[in-house]
Design a protein around this ligand. Sequence first.
Ligand code: TPP
Ligand code: MG
Length: 356
Amino acid sequence: MAKNTTDKVRNGRATPTSRPSDSLTKDTLLEMYWKMLLSRRVDERAWMIHRQGKIVFHISAIGQEAIQVAAAYTIHLGVDYIVPYYRDLALVLCAGVTPEDFMISLYGKEGELSSLARQMPSHFGAKPFNIVSTSAPVATQVVHAAGMAFAIKYRIQNELQDPNDRTQPRLAVTSLGEGSTSQGEWHEAMNWAGVHQLPFICIVQNNHYAISVPVDKQMAVPNVADRAAAYGVEGIIVDGNDVLACYDVMHYAVQKAYRGDGPTLIEAKTYRMTPHSSDDDDRTYRERSEVDAWRDKDPLLRLANHLKAQGLLTDAVIEGYDKRARKIVDEAQRAAEERPYPPGESAIAPVYAEAN
Ligand SMILES: Cc1ncc(C[n+]2csc(CCOP(=O)(O)OP(=O)(O)O)c2C)c(N)n1
Ligand SMILES: [Mg+2]
């Protein structure tokens, strides 16, 4: 991408002729909309069954789907390393995790995909899709991603991997919240990625809160992306509720990583539409008017309006998608409910390796 085009993308003002998202076909755009919608409906159901007392915990991706779907549509899914965080439901659904897998996690049932139900739900991991398991301490995944990106660069430099071999991982993409960038691990990983100019993309989903702590109590600079330069990493800010703008910056960062041109930090400015988790009551620390103001910027609504204006989507099609999503979610929930719990004696089975 030419420098001036990059600058335009960075400022969120890419001209129509220069945007990678302009090349997206109608089918792909509708598929992206569908993925965002499906994630939203799965997520809403999780809140509902929590309130019904059927599950004990949920942490939500609602409002943050745009950057996640954009990431999924720009990397090589199933091959590149995805090192997600707990709000990346839309991303992992695109990568191959199914609504049924997610429901099984929520219910903690046998065969749970990420950790055989040892971790909390939403601590995603799925070996078949190169989704790397996350730990509960925030930001630790960023160090893992930088390590994987280092391994890719090492293999390429030592001719153990052809840089154009599309069957091998060519980048590591990770995400976290803006509050988690206060953790030491984030700084260490960013430094490592910068020093070695790694094929590494760090997506910061800046949803303005870390539980009850607003972003201006978290850091003294207005943007997480401003910190990237200190590590020799390019920092880009994007409207995290505009899936096409997110696609443009992700496309830029991914192609740059594939060329061996180094790491990128993408700060997607968005908003946490729900309480932090099902254990939180956000009425104690933020005004309803603030939450309501963000409803108009809902990324799902915005994409629907855009596609309708382009003549690519109609209310009837949306209704059809909704029906389809409801059926999928109903079936996923039923399947999870019918499944047994893991047997008690299996509790430590996958924890310790067999003695040789
Ligand atoms: C090291 C560590 N400290 C504290 C916590 C508890 N905790 C879990 S999520 C969270 C807030 C993170 O906020 P942010 O990074 O902005 O992500 P968001 O939840 O807003 O997406 C905290 C403090 C933790 N899991 N790990
Ligand atoms: Mg946050």
